[in-house]
Design a protein around this ligand. Structure first.
Ligand SMILES: *Cc1c(COP(=O)(O)O)cnc(C)c1O
Length: 370
């Protein structure tokens, strides 16, 4: 699905020299590269504050901690996403309220959000799934009307642009009160281990988050609140600093590959290619298409035999996961997610796909699906 080796070879010297420098300085934790990376990412995103942390799941947990939510408070998020989004809600003894998504863009459905609001609702976590932004204009309107916090899960959409109807544009993750991302190696901006970050334009929240990631401490050994230990290693910051200047180029390469897939499958009635949502660019963390009356398992087996990877994001709706059985969900409330989990398939998507490879992949799919 990914080709991190070829990408590495193009920036090998910068990364190798940078890592050697960190080891030479023994600046393993909170070194200069971490500070520089935070500033560089804040400039790229045009956001007031970037706070780095250990991974994307921590970022989500820390965001909810910083908002001061109380056990039993309800947080609304999508049923169709990676578990981390909703897991952190439950971990903090908040109540995860999951809602259905759009059948064509796979993004959280704002009407479903509005219907799920109760007097206990305190926050919404829209997920910018597979690389495009949720309908943030609507979601921010709903949040304002009901006085709710918005935490964007932008682990799959770093670098995507969202266009508001007044003509302004903002980067994914910089629209709500807090944005959370992951630098897991396969993400669009990935390091060589675990890493994550939070973004906010609210100086007060930024200070809280900065303290929570470091044991609730501002002055050493003076702990103002319960925090966690969640840090981005200096070595990972070196990798991210080398890659950040290429992020737009990486995202363009993904879009070019997606356009190729779109064209190849345009006339195939058995395949629905992913719809581009309004007002957002798509950075194609994944290329996820829907199959219509195709034996998915057999197609994946066919591709595997030809040396082609494929995957299913996500095979089981979150409301059906064993981990969430303690919460009571109406099994009929998620018809779209239920259907998507049965019909979606993801094809290889990375920055290094050339035409020859794409042709081989699409020919192989069509050979089976026709
Ligand atoms: C990857 C991912 C996360 C979690 O990031 P980690 O760094 O793996 O903890 C959260 N949400 C979504 C949507 C993701 O894709």
């Amino acid at each position: 699905m990914v080709d991190l080796k070829s990408q590495y070879l193009k920036i090998k010297d910068e990364i190798d020299n940078g890592i050697a420098r960190v080891i030479d300085n023994t600046e393993f934790i909170n070194g200069q590269d971490v500070k520089e990376f935070r500033n560089e990412l804040a400039t790229y995103l045009n956001v007031g504050n970037v706070i780095t942390c250990g991974n994307g799941t921590d970022a989500l947990q820390i965001a909810l901690m910083a908002l001061g939510l109380k056990p039993g408070d309800e947080v609304i998020s999508a049923d169709f996403t990676f578990i981390a989004t909703v897991e952190t809600i439950a971990l903090l003894q908040l109540k995860p309220v999951m809602v259905d998504v759009d059948p064509d863009t796979y993004l959280i459905n704002p009407d479903a959000i509005e219907k799920a609001i109760t007097p206990r609702t305190k926050a919404i976590i829209p997920v910018h799934l597979f690389g495009q932004c949720a309908d943030m204009e609507r979601i921010m309107e709903i949040a304002r009307k009901h006085n709710l916090y918005v935490v964007e899960d932008t682990a799959q959409a770093i670098g995507s642009d969202y266009h508001f109807s007044d003509g302004t544009t903002k980067k994914a993750g910089t629209i709500g009160h807090i944005g959370c991302t992951s630098f897991f190696p396969s993400k669009n901006l990935g390091c060589y281990g675990d890493g994550g970050a939070l973004f906010t334009n609210d100086a007060e929240l930024a200070e809280k988050i900065g303290s929570i990631v470091n044991h609730g401490m501002k002055v050493r050994y003076h702990h103002d609140r319960i925090g966690v230990n969640s840090r981005l290693d200096t070595i990972q910051a070196v990798v991210l600093r080398a890659k950040l200047p290429h992020l737009d180029e990486y995202n363009n390469a993904r879009r070019t590959a997606a356009d190729y897939y779109d064209r190849a499958f345009a006339n195939c009635s058995k395949i629905s290619t992913p719809k581009r949502a309004d007002n957002t660019t798509h950075t194609f963390h994944q290329y996820v298409m829907k199959l219509n009356n195709v034996d998915r398992t057999a197609l994946m087996e066919h591709l595997k035999n030809k040396g082609i990877a494929s995957a299913v994001y996500y095979p089981i709706p979150l409301h059906k996961q064993k981990a969430f059985q303690g919460f009571e969900y109406n099994p009929d409330a998620f018809p779209v997610t239920d259907k998507l989990c049965e019909s979606v398939i993801a094809l290889p998507m990375n920055t290094e796909l050339d035409e020859e490879t794409l042709k081989y992949i699409t020919d192989s799919v069509l050979e089976f699906v026709k």
